[in-house]
Design a protein around this ligand. Structure first.
Ligand code: GDC
Length: 336
């Protein structure tokens, strides 16, 4: 585990970045934490973080400033969200290319030793995700390139930018393709939430308000694999410390349909079975997506540990208490 290093985490105010900083601080690293959001909207507080900045990393001079005297950089920053956000904000999503590009240039100038880029399963070719029961996506399935429009193109292009900075300038890079990460301290409302949080929220609210029906985007038969945040952080840190510089899936082996995930959340909440209002005109994304984990098992000797039902229970309990605290007021988890 990395210890006593000077580490810059960009996107530290977000969901995965927040959990990553917490873990790195536990291991006595010196953290510079950066996010575009004002500090009061960061998803987690860190009493021991040495430096924190609310600044826009699309600007190269900000990248230059915060990457001085740093050993390692984790780029966890992008303008993103679940399907409801990325389908309707493609130009916004693609502008995150400026964060990664300017940060890499600054890292080259400041002689950073190692750089991590958080990519996504959205980088994969769409034609391989047209059926409900698909084989897990292998890393080679990103090419020929036909990723998710907007957000996925940004991720695929940025992966390649990392690769060329390594080849041409010798910066060591590590690239994870995350498969729908979920858990406590994530967005659950406001339009950027992904399916696990959105469906937990709908079921919590149905229970509170004694409602019998929830809205579900699509027909509920679409499939995904979801990875709990603690597994994501462990996989990320193992990858960072490995010698492997090509993109690797960080995902779980459990492929479920959205209907199956709703069944699991209903069991957790102990609510009676809800009616499902399938909304076919809402953003649906690909029909089926899951992670093939052969490569990650081989190069990192790592596999997910937390079963979906256990991860969803922790997520549900956390959200239940947040929703009770905030009621209908806007919480910081609605800002991404
Ligand atoms: O939003 P998401 O989790 O993103 O949606 C998964 C599926 O769940 C979609 O088919 C969506 O229509 C369905 N769904 C049903 N009801 C709801 O209330 C709801 N809200 C949401 N959000 N979805 C609902 C994601 C990207 C991420 C990230 C990951 C990587 O795509 O949005 O930014 O990169 O992929 O795996 P998803 O899995 O399509």
């Amino acid at each position: 585990m990395i210890k006593n290093k000077k580490i810059l985490v960009v996107g530290a105010g977000g969901f995965i970045g927040g959990h990553l900083v917490k873990k790195l601080l536990e291991n006595k690293n010196l953290i510079t934490a950066v996010d575009i959001k004002p500090k009061e909207y960061w998803f987690q507080d860190y009493e021991n973080a040495i430096n924190h900045y609310s600044t826009d990393m699309k600007e190269i001079n900000n990248c230059r400033k915060v990457s001085k005297n740093i050993d390692y950089v984790f780029n966890m920053a992008c303008n993103m969200g679940g399907m409801g956000f990325i389908e309707n904000n493609k130009a916004e999503c693609m502008q995150s290319v400026l964060i990664n590009t300017n940060l890499l240039i600054a890292c080259k100038e400041n002689e950073i030793k190692k750089y991590f880029f958080s990519s996504s399963a959205c980088a994969y070719n769409k034609s391989k995700q047209q059926d409900v029961f698909v084989e897990g996506l292998k890393e080679i399935d990103a090419y020929p390139a036909d990723p998710e429009d907007g957000y996925g193109w940004e991720k695929l292009f940025s992966e390649r930018m990392c690769r060329h900075f390594m080849e041409d300038y010798g910066i060591e890079v590590r690239i994870a393709r995350y498969h729908n990460i979920y858990g406590p301290f994530g967005t659950y409302d406001g339009g950027r939430e992904k399916a696990p949080a959105a469906l937990c929220r709908k079921i919590i609210n149905a229970k509170k308000n004694d409602e019998e029906i929830i809205e579900v985007w699509g027909d509920g038969k679409q499939t995904r694999s979801f990875l709990y945040i603690d597994d994501c952080i462990e996989g990320t840190l193992r990858l960072f410390e490995s010698n492997y510089s090509e993109p690797v899936n960080i995902g779980s082996d459990e492929q479920v349909s959205i209907n199956q995930m709703i069944d699991i959340i209903e069991n957790i909440s102990q609510i009676k079975k809800l009616k499902r209002d399938y909304q076919l005109d809402k953003p649906k994304g690909v029909r089926g997506r899951s992670s093939n984990n052969d490569l990650v098992k081989k190069v990192l000797n790592w596999s997910f540990k937390i079963r979906l039902k256990d991860g969803l229970k922790k997520t549900y309990d956390w959200m239940n208490s947040e929703i009770s605290k905030h009621g209908s007021n806007i919480s910081r988890f609605t800002k991404s």
